[in-house]
Design a protein around this ligand. Sequence first.
Ligand code: B12
Ligand code: SF4
Ligand code: SF4
Length: 351
Amino acid sequence: MNQKEDMALKQRLVQQALAEGFVSCRICRPWDVPEVPARLEAFLEAGYHGQMGWLQERSHWRGDPHALWPEARSVIMLAESYAPEHDPRAILRRRDRGAISVYAQNRDYHDLVKKRLKRLARWLIAESADEGPQVKVFVDTAPVPEKPLGQAAGLGWQGKHTNLLSRDWGNWAFIGSIFTTLDLPADAPEMDHCGSCRACLDACPTDAFPAPWKLDATRCISYLTIEHKGPVDEELRARMGNRIYGCDDCLAACPWNKFAVAASDMRYAAREDLLAPKLAELAMLDDAAFRALFSGSPIKRIGRDRLVRNVLYAIGNSGDATLTAVAQRLTGDPDAAVADAARWAVARLRG
Ligand code: B12
Ligand code: SF4
Ligand code: SF4
């Protein structure tokens, strides 16, 4: 294809991406993030990844998208909004209820974004005049530095809370990518618009930011509730409040959300039963009931034991003595972390 045809294809691609429901579509080169390996190395050396050994294992790819697939010439970066209609911080005051982070209140985004990416990638192959272009789609699960690539493509910038945000759609968006052997015209990177703001850093309940743009994941409630196996450090449990899956505090604090674009896919809208679930009911879930309740939800991935462990920390933090009996029943649970959390909750409520 010549330059004019490349540009025309790119313009139609962006139109098609928006028609699919993405809020933004921009392009960079796989080699456009040379700063990442050193920054990733510093993160790993500080031990900020905790038990997420998979971040370390494939760090040569995570640091260098060009090494991940040397034949790729362009990376198409896409943002998909899941902006909530409610203030996710309101639930934090209802201490007998569990707070589930916005992204997990309905369907698993991995499934929804991946389907959309695949449809767009098929469209691109069909529309391209080149012989047999190849594509690979990624959302979260592969060792791809999605946020730095997003910034390089001009989708948004990496804020001080380390997430990608934009002046057009705030920070409530998932990121997906399509790597392709096609040589599409690249966009300019986005620059920083955080300025002197530090609202996200100050909002963090566990002081998980040692510095702006640096997250110690081992202190982040998202990591503690989703990734961390076994008992959580007692100093941190007490700060988790009623957050039982993920955390939204740093995202919700960002002033750029006033420009957030509403989620176009209703399958992200909060399920009625996951907006303010009762801790007493969640604590009683067995494996079968857990699987039935969270079928199709990202929460399913953590399993009954870890969710109930988190629920018991929330019960311990609730100050609600009527929940003591519920915690007491789980002090002999076969899962050691659940039993430990139950004993801790009982002691806190009696304390
Ligand atoms: C591991 C992981 C986590 C970990 C670690 C998070 C982290 N910040 O690293 C945990 C479990 C804590 C987590 C939590 C969340 N996650 Co997460 N997570 C990932 C994952 C799989 C990898 C991220 C990674 O590589 N981390 C390692 C560190 C080293 O990378 P990093 O944050 O990019 O760190 C960079 C900065 O520190 C930067 N840096 C250092 N110094 C400087 C200086 C300047 C000036 C700048 C600009 C940058 C900079 O360089 C580092 C290397 O690039 C990505 C998917 C993916 N493949 O990218 C999703 C992803 C980042 N997560 C996502 C989401 C939605 C979340 C949560 C909001 C979920 C929730 N509500 O609970 C929270 C947010 C917590 C937070 N404040 O970051 C989205 C973010 C979308 C967006 N708009 O950015 C992603 C992109 C998934 C997706 N495809 O949509 N996550
Ligand atoms: S997600 Fe919550 S705990 Fe993690 S950094 Fe943001 S505010 Fe802190
Ligand atoms: S809250 Fe402020 S510092 Fe944090 S990401 Fe948003 S603009 Fe940047």
